[in-house]
Design a protein around this ligand. Structure first.
Ligand code: PAF
Length: 281
């Protein structure tokens, strides 16, 4: 596996593959890779002849007081994990490569409405930064396929939306959430948890399963959301939301709306904020 940090070297490699008629898949990451990321790689590998992974902790998607500084940076370990999972090329740029005019003066990609709610409401500016960097990566790599984790459900929907609206020729795929044996969704942020918090965190998946069962029993959406918040608090978490939304656009479903739904939770445990979701239908 080749590692490159500059756009020119990245483009030269991709050009060579394209000249040989090969397809290219991209797995964008912020590093600190775990089995959840390797599942994305596996999906890209199944769809494409070549796979590029990027590792870049993107400053513009972190808000003030969030964990940009302490986000775990483990490039050497990531390199060997990627090589073991049949990655062809690792793109690991610095901030100056991704933001040649600096982060304050960068052109931004903004997706209205879809980013006003849930994560967008609780992390202002997060999706602008995320969409901007993903759009840049699409331009730099020009992949046929890009794979993201379904754990970041709203992120996946935001990416699908700007790809379609901007006419970017890439197929966006979401890979299923990879969970620990006790149901906790794998995340780089799980390592911030103390042993007690790690135990409490299992309430997130339990609550999602309860929300699914409650919906199947025909209980009203608002009632389920309210009780889910109570259940999370009772387990020692501080929830930002526990919501049931239309899976397609994350809008609040009307009672007679039979679009598929998804349950989504964001909750804090001490200084750590975790998200998870479960497709209900
Ligand atoms: O999901 C992530 O790890 C990040 O949001 C992404 C897509 C790599 C953009 O920085």
């Amino acid at each position: 596996m080749q590692t490159v940090t500059e756009t020119q070297a990245l483009r030269a490699a991709v050009r060579g593959w394209r000249a040989a008629g090969q397809t290219v898949g991209l797995v964008p990451t912020m590093g600190n890779l775990h089995e959840g990321h390797f599942a994305l790689l596996k999906l890209a590998r199944a769809r494409c002849d070549r796979v590029v992974a990027s590792v870049f902790v993107n400053p513009t998607q972190f808000g003030p007081g969030e964990d940009y500084e302490r986000y775990p940076r483990t490039l050497v370990r990531d390199q060997s994990g990627l090589a073991d999972h049949a990655c062809d090329l690792l793109f690991a740029p610095g901030v100056e490569v991704m933001y040649p005019f600096g982060t304050d003066d960068a052109v931004r990609v903004q997706v209205p409405r879809l980013t006003d709610t849930l994560e967008g409401a609780h992390r202002p500016g997060h999706f602008d930064g995320m969409a901007t960097v993903v759009c840049k990566l699409f331009n730099m790599v020009q992949p046929d396929v890009a794979v993201f984790g379904q754990k970041d459900f709203q992120q996946w929907r935001v990416i699908e939306r700007f790809v379609r609206d901007l006419g970017i020729p890439v197929a966006v795929l979401a890979a299923p959430i990879v969970r620990e044996a006790d149901g906790l969704a794998m995340s780089s942020r799980n390592q911030y948890l103390s042993p007690d918090e790690r135990q409490q965190a299992t309430a997130i998946h339990r609550t999602l399963l309860w929300m699914r069962d409650a919906q199947h029993e025909g209980r009203a959406r608002e009632e389920i959301e309210h009780e889910a918040m109570e259940r999370l608090r009772a387990a020692g978490l501080d929830p930002d939301y526990a919501a049931i939304r239309r899976s397609i656009d994350l809008a609040e479903p009307a009672e007679d709306d039979d679009e598929p739904r998804v349950a989504l939770i964001a909750a804090r445990l001490g200084a750590t904020r975790l998200i998870d979701n479960l497709v209900l239908d």
